[in-house]
Design a protein around this ligand. Structure first.
Ligand code: FAD
Length: 556
């Protein structure tokens, strides 16, 4: 943790050295002592400290300085660090001036030069001042700070990325906290750069303007470059299925890389509480499950590249090549596709324009806090919608689940329906669908078409979360891997038609259970045709597939 600063300013180098030495010898263990011979430089240093979110406990300035006297310096410094204790160093002749300065400029103390011995004339008084300061001192947040606005899609994307990758950060909404003096000061010292939102401030004082996830990923040490260009096993997709395959593959000695385009955890990472996963009787959050799995995979030496998207594959003899969005390519003997599914888009006027500004697909646990005390609309009637609604209800004033049908019973598990019934601030709006959304810069109203009355109802709204089913995004595999009409990947027995193996299949055996029409290329989890769309089944398939990979590799 950065130590709070004691700043001494004096243009007389002998006095400055003496005060620096005395401060350091008594307070150096707890505080960082900084000495400056120029009040102007000291002020600009204070602004830098403010941007870095550091704390200043004491400002000590000589009264007689040519460019700016001590009182003037302390007055300006007080604007930057209002809570710091302020003291003057004065000559005997300036005592009267110092006393009136104390009254006028809110100065806490003045010291007479020379202060020998410091044990009598300096330390007791400073101890008092610092005790006083320490009583109300709250250590500042030391991690990454993100400045942005709630309705900005770019800010949302960045926050979502940080949250899903479990990177701790402090969010400063520059609109909501516009009247907060600390935020105002921070924006002032950032100057014109404060307009390039989202601004990411790192603890070392560096910053990223208009920060995007890929740049932030590099700064926080997420790996996006492969260490080598060949692996035994490459896994595309870091959801439960991909993570399970990574853990089993690496623990059984395969040199394994996992490529994930957003954040490890996949859809499960967005689940507020998974209640049906074996071994967790009170459930666990998807974020927690993902964090544990990532640690486990890393322990076995899996290389995780994220955020990085796989955009193409090609086959050359026994080598399988994966082309990555950054232009690089890696090769492997066995390739596993575990890319899951992504949300289906809601077709209604205005939705695309306001996505990220009040309209969101899916919804992570972190989102709930942003809508504290407000009404949230959740569109969809499946388990994912139910879980999200229960989670949102902890913070929102009211949650409305909007479904086309007459109830939830046909689409949602009974245990969730029961929980919803017991949550008084969740309401079900049946027979309704989104017709249009309204708002200039962010969602303000939603028009619902009510199928039982055939009327449009327009309601005020600041947040709508969409959970209307999902589809695989497998177009990038289309020229190589066989898929069904909806894009799900065919594997094993599904590839055998009228007793015939898939066209071009070169081996004397049938495709293994989870193998695609290309030997050595496997598909597991939600992306696979016919799979059960559940965490446990994804984990099961990812683990089982590794056994087939061993069999495949033994003959390569
Ligand atoms: C909100 C919510 C709650 C849920 N709750 C439960 C529950 O309580 N119990 C339960 O059993 N199931 C639940 N599910 C379903 C469960 O999460 C999924 O069945 C499971 O996550 C599927 O795992 P998967 O690994 O196959 O795919 P996914 O979890 O979809 O993971 C696929 C990963 O691949 C990545 N990816 C996609 N394309 C590429 C590419 N080209 N390059 C690199 N990476 C790529 C994606 O970013 C994603 O991280 C829930 C789902 C949601 C959305």
């Amino acid at each position: 943790m950065a130590k709070p600063v004691l700043l001494a300013v004096d243009d007389d180098s002998d006095v400055l050295r003496a005060i620096e030495r005395d401060l350091r010898s008594k307070y150096g263990a707890q505080y960082r002592v900084i000495a400056s011979d120029s009040p102007e430089e000291a002020l600009s240093l204070l602004k830098q400290l403010k941007v870095r979110n550091e704390s200043v406990a004491l400002l000590l300035a000589d009264q007689r300085m040519p460019q700016m006297d001590g009182v003037a310096f302390l007055r300006e410094a007080m604007q930057i660090f209002p809570d710091a204790k302020r003291a003057l160093l004065t000559a005997y002749a300036d005592t009267n001036a110092a006393i009136s300065a104390i009254n006028e400029a809110n100065i806490h103390y003045f010291f007479m030069k020379p202060w020998d011995p410091p044990s009598e004339h300096l330390y007791p008084q400073l101890d008092d001042l610092l005790d006083d300061w320490g009583a109300s001192y709250r250590p500042a947040f030391e991690g990454i700070r993100v400045l942005g606005t709630r309705w900005s899609p770019k800010s949302y994307e960045l926050r979502e990325f940080l949250a899903r990758n479990r990177v701790p950060y402090q969010w400063i909404d520059v609109e909501i906290s516009a009247n907060d003096p600390e935020t105002r000061r921070l924006l002032e010292y950032l100057g014109p750069e404060a307009a390039s939102l989202p601004v990411v401030l790192f603890p070392d004082g560096t910053k990223l303007l208009e920060g995007v996830p890929a740049e932030v990923a590099q700064r926080v040490g997420l790996r996006t470059r492969a260490q080598t260009d060949f692996y035994d096993l490459a896994i595309v997709g870091g959801g439960p299925a991909g993570l399970a395959a990574a853990v089993y593959g690496a623990s059984e000695g395969l040199h394994t890389v996992m490529i994930e385009k957003e954040a490890p955890g996949g859809q499960a990472g967005m689940s507020a509480r998974i209640e049906n996963y074996l071994g967790f009787p009170i459930g666990l959050s998807g974020g927690d499950l993902a964090r544990r799995a990532v640690v486990q995979a890393q322990r076995f030496g899996v290389e995780i590249l994220s955020p990085l998207e796989a955009v193409n594959i090609r086959i050359e003899g026994s080598y399988r090549f994966v082309k990555l969005a950054d232009g690089n390519e890696i090769s492997c003997h066995a390739l596993m596709i575990a890319t899951g599914v992504q949300w289906r888009r809601l077709e209604a006027r205005g939705v695309d324009r306001l996505q990220g500004a009040g309209i969101y697909y899916g919804g992570g646990a972190a989102d709930a806090f942003s809508f504290k005390g407000e009404t949230i609309y959740v569109v969809g009637g499946a388990n994912s919608a139910g879980q999200a609604a229960i989670n949102f209800a902890k913070h929102a004033e009211r949650v409305v689940i909007v479904v086309r049908g007459s109830s939830l019973s046909s689409s949602m598990s009974q245990y969730l329906i029961d929980q919803i019934k017991q949550t008084p601030n969740i309401q079900i709006w049946a027979h309704a669908s989104v017709a249009e959304v309204h708002g200039e810069t962010h969602l303000e109203e939603i028009s619902f078409l009510c199928s039982n009355t055939n009327k449009i109802e327009r309601v005020p709204a600041s947040a709508m979360f969409i959970f209307i089913g999902a589809l695989p995004r497998t177009d990038w595999l289309a020229s190589v891997v066989e898929r069904d009409e909806r894009g799900f990947i065919l594997t094993g027995p599904d590839l055998i038609r009228e007793g015939q193996r898939p066209r071009g299949w070169p081996l004397e055996r049938d495709p293994f259970l989870l193998e695609t029409n290309i030997p050595g290329v496997f598909a597991v989890g939600d992306v696979r045709h016919g799979s059960v769309k559940r965490v446990a089944s994804g984990v099961g398939e990812g683990s089982v597939a590794v056994q087939f990979i061993h069999q495949y590799l033994s003959k390569v």
